[in-house]
Design a binder for this molecule. Structure first.
Ligand code: FAD
Ligand code: NAP
Length: 304
């Protein structure tokens, strides 16, 4: 029986584990992939205090090194369910079930798919959701980036390190991205914009992407936009399906908590991007991780 089981080793889960283990609680951190979460898919991070600029995977490694120092145990596993037995919880993975007095859910979210023809077919052959993973394959190539949020615009800027030209395809005539990121994109000679436009289909030959059919939503005109790659950044979907039965999700699938990161179920906490909230950032993820890591200590003191 662990004092705390943390599900997900992104910045939120790692910080929760750090705080709980530094309170001398026994902590198990379960992760289905590499520790670091979305930081592993991020090029440069420029808004995490203490680092003027750092590559996402490097920040992930530094956080992980810190977490393991205080006795947190790690397990590989894809969590499928949590069963609430009142004073203890069962965390069920495919091949193993763990017991904990408390659980902190930190599973984050994933990129939304565009849902157009060609997207699935050309995944890994020109369609990508990760500039830091795939950008270097597109040296001196022409790329499309779909979306108008922070991810699309920031990753488009990163892609100009490799690509000869990056075209941002956005469904409105105004970006959603933060002003500072927008300004950088507007000032970048390699970046141009297709406003009021949506990708209807990703096209290619037998092997790779050659372009996309793009429709102007105002005029209805459709044209073929040549490209060697299409990077898709059209938002996020919560990774909370395993917790549906617990009744802690809202209608859109995000986990609802109070300011102390308590969900509706006593002893089950949630932190980071999987929560219903306004700002999904590394700073907010670690802040919430710290709060939950401290709250589990209080909860165990009062209830066990
Ligand atoms: P995540 O980082 O998503 O980690 C969740 C972890 O849970 C993952 O490792 C996942 O594998 C694991 N997991 C999920 N489901 C299960 C399961 N069932 N069982 C076991 N493990 C599971 N923020 C910034 O502050 N600055 C930036 O510059 C920045 N750039 C970004 C660029 C991109 C392209 C993206 C997509 C995001 C960026 N963000 C940035 C946002 C930031 O990365 C996230 O807000 C932050 O990583 C959220 O942390 P988290 O721990 O909540 O979730
Ligand atoms: P987002 O903010 O939700 O933006 C998604 C973008 O995709 C929007 O511009 C949206 O258009 C567009 N879109 C959505 N569905 C579409 C569809 N079907 N077809 C075409 N376009 C579509 O998502 P995000 O950019 O991935 O950012 C997610 C979170 O991570 C945000 O909280 C963000 O602040 C954070 N983040 C932060 C940083 C940073 O701080 N440097 C970097 C990356 C991400 P509309 O604008 O018209 O809705």
């Amino acid at each position: 029986m662990y004092d705390v089981i943390v599900i997900g080793a992104g910045p939120a889960g790692m910080t929760a584990a750090l705080y709980a283990s530094r309170s001398n609680l026994s902590v198990l951190l379960i992760e289905r992939g590499a520790p670091g979460g979305q930081m592993n898919n991020t090029a440069e991070v420029e808004n995490y205090p203490g680092f003027e600029s750092i590559m996402g995977p490097e920040l992930a490694q530094k956080m992980y090194d810190g977490v393991t120092k205080f006795g947190t145990k790690n397990a590989y596993g894809i969590v499928q369910d949590i069963k609430d037995h009142g004073d203890y919880k069962e965390v069920i993975c495919e091949e193993e079930t763990y017991q904990g007095k408390t659980v902190i859910v930190a599973t984050g979210c994933v990129h939304r798919k565009l849902g157009v023809n060609g997207e699935e077919n050309f995944a890994g052959r020109g369609v990508s959701y990760c500039a830091v993973c795939d950008g270097a394959f597109f040296r001196n190539k022409r790329l499309l980036v779909v979306g108008g949020g922070d991810s699309a615009v920031e990753e488009a800027i990163y892609l100009t390190r490799f690509a000869s030209e990056v075209v941002i395809v956005h469904r409105r005539d105004e970006l959603r991205a933060q002003k500072i990121i927008q300004d950088r994109a507007f000032a970048n000679d390699k970046i141009s914009f297709l406003w009021d436009s949506v990708v209807e289909e990703i096209t290619g030959n037998d092997m790779v992407v050659t372009g996309a059919k793009v429709r102007n939503v105002k005029t209805g005109d459709v044209h073929e936009e040549p490209a060697d790659g299409v990077f898709i950044y059209v938002g996020l979907e919560p990774l909370t399906e395993p917790f549906k039965e617990l009744g802690i999700l809202n209608a859109a699938g995000w986990i609802e908590t109070d300011d102390h990161m308590n969900t509706k179920i006593p002893g089950v906490f949630a932190v980071g991007d999987a929560r219903e909230k306004d700002l999904r950032q590394i700073t907010t993820a670690v802040g919430e991780g710290g709060i939950a890591g401290q709250q589990v200590y209080k909860y165990i003191e009062e209830n066990h």
